[in-house]
Design a protein around this ligand. Sequence first.
Ligand code: ATP
Ligand code: MG
Length: 563
Amino acid sequence: MSSKEEEKPGKKALNFIEEIIEEDLRTGKNEGRVHTRFPPEPNGYLHIGHAKSICLNFGLAEKYNGLCNLRFDDTNPAKEEVEYVDSILEDVKWLGFQWHDKPYYASDYFDQLYAWAVKLILDGKAYVDDQTAEEIAANRGTPTRPGNESPFKNRSVEENLQLFEQMKNGEYKDGEKVLRAKIDMSSPNMHLRDPAIYRIKHAEHHRTGNKWCIYPMYDFAHGESDYLEGITHSVCTLEFEVHRPLYDWFISNLVETEYRPRQIEFARLNLNYTVMSKRKLLTLVKEKYVNGWDDPRMPTISGLRRRGFSPESIRNFAEKVGVAKRDNVIDVGLLEFCVREDLNRKVPRVMAVLDPLKIVIINYPVDQVEYLEIENNPEDEKMGKREMPFSREIYIEKADFMEDPPKKYFRLIPGGEVRLKAGYIIKCENIIKNDAADVTEVHCSYDPETKSGSDSSRKVKGTLHWVSATHALDAEVRLYDRLFLNENPDDVDEGMDYKSNINPESLRMVHAKVEPGLESAQVLDKFQFQRLGYFCVDMDSKPGKLVFNRTVTLRDSWVKKNP
Ligand code: ATP
Ligand code: MG
């Protein structure tokens, strides 16, 4: 039977990485083990692109009963910080994944990597170069023109050993010398043109302190770390395809083994209206374009969490995006679609008025309060019901009243009727204005026979959300829009950069009125505000001072564009 025939209806086709793994399993490679890893460099917070990689690597391990390591590629002490390590641990856990054993660190292998560098020297396969970084770059050649051999390439093994040792002992300044692999200065693959493998860096490392003043290059650490951890499938993004021959060269020249981590490249996730490079994200934070790495406008996992995204919505997004072999750009609307889809059934629907207009119900007794029953989520009966106070004065949205309405405006208009959700039908009787002719209050009458759930047969076209003015709580609500104006944030005028593309209205704050039941809402609690969108309690929220973030509006442009 061909694999097509075996496929059950509704079963998803394998992606190309799963195909490779299943083939390896069929042929008994690596004794049937599947061991992946997620290897962040702790030089920033993780973003949605990393989430894609996390879901992929941990997901493959789950699917094939394998293991997945979390490994910090911490070879560059200058840019790395413990804060980043901690945030990465938290984000991976929050997404719902558990790494194998303990977190691993490339820095755990510094002794081994040093020993391997010495081995390369002993084998005549590495040399200490005194050229400056600029000279080395200038002598590298171009893809079509071979590079120039270093004048230091033919140093003796003894001299190289001694110099490398002195480098280690701190006898030289940063950049004064570098250890290079002796491979091929005319290789069409630039990465094989005697790449640097160890450099001098007098900097304290977040884990090894001041033990070292030389550090392995990322390229010299990555493949070896995979090897040392027994990784079978080393999944990475496309830009590393050209590094693969180098990683293979290192393993072949360092150890005698049949086993080799198999590197598989896939296209990195790109999202429109979003920048994803850590360098750019760091700039946004440092130059205060946003309020920190976890600003809800950031595409970081911590930003998305604070904004109200659930781990499930991000995992579903990663699944829907799939894995591609060619670079592409995903519509950020798909991410928004995924969070709506997840929260729709899960979170309670509550009433909040973002832009309040006072309604006085003139025929309702002044001190009367009644409690109206309302379902918490019509999509799920099990979520139960609650009671909301109703009284003579309520708030509705300003936009739900128009003195001079266009056609097909089914909300409140002079002389018109609307239903209050879970309440009564009200009729607009009188409009109160201030000196500037702004509407400050609308006086309405209510029809006591029309209470929601009663057998009143009267129907009206519009249903509005509302809160009781005397009972409502004040809340600060932060309304977010895309951080960038252009689909491609780098699409800017000459001489400008992505920062000139920032949407000046990406954050708008409003003072809202919310139903009293929200008093006990806890940080990260999520709600649908009826007719408005999904909202999440921000960590700035305190008893007596509620703060909400808007996760997304209810409108779904992505589905409309992609039916
Ligand atoms: P940046 O280029 O933004 O600085 P990076 O790729 O250098 O990020 P790492 O910490 O090295 O960041 O990434 C850890 C892992 O996450 C790598 O395996 C990398 O391939 C993967 N990754 C990073 N960005 C993306 C992305 N946009 N889509 C998918 N995977 C990604
Ligand atoms: Mg990287």
